[in-house]
Write a protein that binds this ligand. Structure first.
Ligand code: AMP
Length: 397
């Protein structure tokens, strides 16, 4: 069975085609600048990446080009779209309606429309992607896999904000958490590696967007992103947690509108805002090495925040068996992993420097016999989406 996985953004989309008999990737690619001048798509034939510049006014046209490329005999990926048994869609927000992935029908589409209010930047693009596939591949089942679903196991004590309770009942203001597909994938891997399903794990997804999750016996019990993906850790351009009073203070002092302030918190803050150099950790690490003080400060603020979450989540769970690092930074920066873990030896968290000198590979980085096992586990959200899609559709044919 072949599964097509799509992750639609407002002007871009990423895709993968997987053979689920072997879980091997057949091809992957992305489309950029949909509806904007200079649009193009890129497809990987295993040896090289082919970039094609063409007019892509909307997602349906973009997807039509991608589907044409999938069946193009020049590449030899598949001979007909009938070979694709189902399509899995990453959907950012499933609110409280979805605690797991779902086969998409009209009722689900109506529910996704309702969730749009909670994720105005993301869900509309996800809906457009599903509608485009429904039009281009009628009869092929679609599955929605939600970033929020894994965190639906959190208890009210973890997800209720201390606002008037009606803000939750009237408007759905609560912690939802995101990156769920990634946290679930790496926590299942660490359970499989250690052969235990009763682990207390903290998973750190550290990339341009970043979040930490406490997972007890396979269930998310705490997570750092909140009502939106803005809360929690310091990120590439996002502030993460700040004192909410700063918002009205700055609106007044800087004469900013709420939109301008939102833009500042989402696009101009985080590692970029503090360092003034870049949102990319590689640039900021390089600048810090050359003595740029604000870059060093940005990294210090980032590392300290991750440390705070790990330690407090261990307290919430009443113990800690394993820590997992994933995401672009978590998988590749031994230096960040080391600085985050430093100082937590008192609770059994220790890094083996030699083992930690690794990149993008699944490996244990704690010393032999360590109390808390620390792992680098590359995430694979697309494979997780494809697995759920297969599970929900394999009996349909
Ligand atoms: P992601 O959003 O998961 O793709 O992660 C992107 C982030 O990972 C960027 O800020 C990159 O700078 C960071 N990253 C990737 N490779 C490295 C590396 N070797 N060292 C430090 N940061 C890295």
């Amino acid at each position: 069975m072949k599964i097509f996985v799509i992750n639609c953004g407002s002007s871009s989309l990423k895709f993968q085609l997987l053979d689920m008999q072997t879980e091997e990737l057949i091809t992957s690619g992305l489309v950029e600048r949909i509806g904007i001048e200079g649009s193009c798509y890129l497809i990987n034939d295993g040896q090289e990446k082919h970039r094609v510049f063409t007019d892509l006014p909307d997602h349906a046209v973009a997807l039509q080009h991608v589907l044409d490329a999938l069946v193009d005999p020049k590449f030899g990926f598949i001979s007909s779209l009938d070979e694709i048994s189902a399509v899995g869609h990453r959907v950012v927000h499933g609110a409280e309606a979805y605690a797991s992935s779902v086969l998409i029908d009209d009722d689900v589409m109506n529910e996704l429309e309702k969730c749009t209010e909670l994720a105005p930047l993301h869900n509309p693009a996800n809906i457009i992607g599903i509608e485009a596939i429904q039009k281009l591949m009628p009869g092929t089942p679609n599955v929605g896999v939600f970033d929020t679903a894994f965190h639906q196991t959190m208890e009210p004590a973890a997800y209720i904000y201390a606002l008037p309770y009606e803000m939750y009942t009237k408007h759905g203001v609560r912690r939802y958490g995101f990156h769920g597909t990634s946290h679930k994938y790496v926590s299942e891997r660490v359970s499989a590696i250690l052969g235990r399903d009763d682990l207390k794990v903290v998973t750190c997804h550290l990339g341009n967007g970043a979040s930490v999750t406490a997972i007890d016996s396979g269930k998310s019990v705490e997570t750092s992103m909140g009502f939106t993906p803005l809360e929690g850790l310091v990120m590439g351009t996002r502030s993460g947690q700040i004192d909410p009073a700063i918002i009205s203070f700055l609106m007044d002092k800087e004469n900013m509108t709420i939109d301008e302030l939102n833009n500042m918190l989402n696009k101009k803050s985080g590692i970029l805002g503090v360092s003034g150099v870049s949102s990319d950790f590689r640039d900021v690490e390089a600048a810090a090495d050359e003595g740029h003080e604000r870059s060093q400060l940005a990294l210090d603020v980032f590392h300290r925040r991750v440390k705070r979450y790990i330690a407090s989540y261990a307290a919430v769970m009443g113990g800690l068996d394993a820590i997992v690092f994933t995401g672009g930074l978590g998988e590749n920066s031994g230096r960040s992993r080391k600085l985050i873990c430093e100082g937590m030896e008192f609770m059994g968290v220790e890094i083996d420097d030699e083992r930690n000198d690794t990149r993008g590979k699944e490996v244990e980085i704690s010393p032999e016999g360590a109390k808390v096992k620390i792992y680098v586990i590359p995430t694979n959200e697309e494979l997780a989406i494809a697995r759920d899609t297969l599970a929900l559709t394999k009996d349909l044919v």
